[in-house]
Design a protein around this ligand. Structure first.
Ligand code: C5P
Length: 227
């Protein structure tokens, strides 16, 4: 089943503290952005990549796409102030497709197997997100004091990709824009419409490279996969 993907890559990576877009940092000598792009470049079901970039980084990103022969990028819109705006910019330039995936460019370890299950579920049910079960004991804390221990059995860490029927996501995005609602993921926008969202169990390897330690984990995951 075919799909197109929106990849927001226009963040500033403040929590990494690298002084530049963290997606340009390398894992196994290759930029994180390219690791992520290659997953979609190599998936025969991906028919187009729409990458939101910072205006001032466009030229450099274009040079990386040429160097690593990434051919499926069909749109490089300017990203926005928040991640949600960058995803919206991708949707605006996107060709019509039945299924759209939204995936953080900062998650290079997503696999074709999880993508396939997400696309199938979105096709059948409308909306599906990747997630993993919470591993730690989870507590709600206010002003440094525990107020509640939450039942872990019901808790999941939600990742990307998140897959949707195109029309559903477009409607959710337009509604969020009209009302000024800002969510931390696309599922939140679709939840507001009262639509069910299905979980596809993903992998703990599908980390978002966010802080310096994640670079160590990332190198370890690559090494482990090469064994
Ligand atoms: O900062 P964080 O890693 O949570 O951002 C997730 C993804 O969204 C990253 O790939 C980042 O480049 C992207 N992003 C964006 N536009 C923003 C903020 C983040 O495209 N304004």
């Amino acid at each position: 089943m075919d799909y197109v993907v929106a990849l927001p890559a226009a963040g500033s990576g403040k929590r990494m503290g690298a002084g530049k877009n963290k997606l340009f940092l390398t894992l196994a000598n290759k930029p994180i952005l390219i690791h992520t792009l290659e997953v979609f470049e190599r998936d025969p079901h991906c028919t187009g990549i729409f990458l939101a970039v910072k205006q001032e980084e466009r030229e450099y990103i274009q040079s990386l796409l040429n160097e690593y022969i990434i051919t499926k990028v069909k749109g490089l819109p300017n990203g926005g102030k928040e991640r949600q705006h960058s995803v919206h910019a991708c949707l605006k330039v996107m060709e019509d497709a039945e299924i759209v995936l939204v995936h953080d460019a900062a998650r290079p370890f997503i696999t074709h197997s999880v993508i396939r299950r997400l696309v199938k579920t979105a096709y059948e049910k409308g909306a599906a997100v990747a997630g993993v079960r919470a591993k730690d004991t989870m507590k709600k804390v206010k002003n440094g004091i525990i107020v509640e221990t939450v039942n872990r059995d019901d808790l999941w860490s939600i990742q990307t990709p998140q897959a949707f029927r195109f029309e559903l996501l477009r409607q959710a995005e337009e509604d969020a824009e009209r009302t000024g609602f800002l969510g931390t993921d696309e599922a939140m926008l679709v939840e507001r419409l009262g639509h069910e969202i299905h979980i596809v169990e993903s992998s703990y390897e599908n980390i978002k490279i966010t802080t310096k330690e994640d670079l160590i984990f990332g190198e370890a995951i690559i090494k482990h996969r090469q064994l």
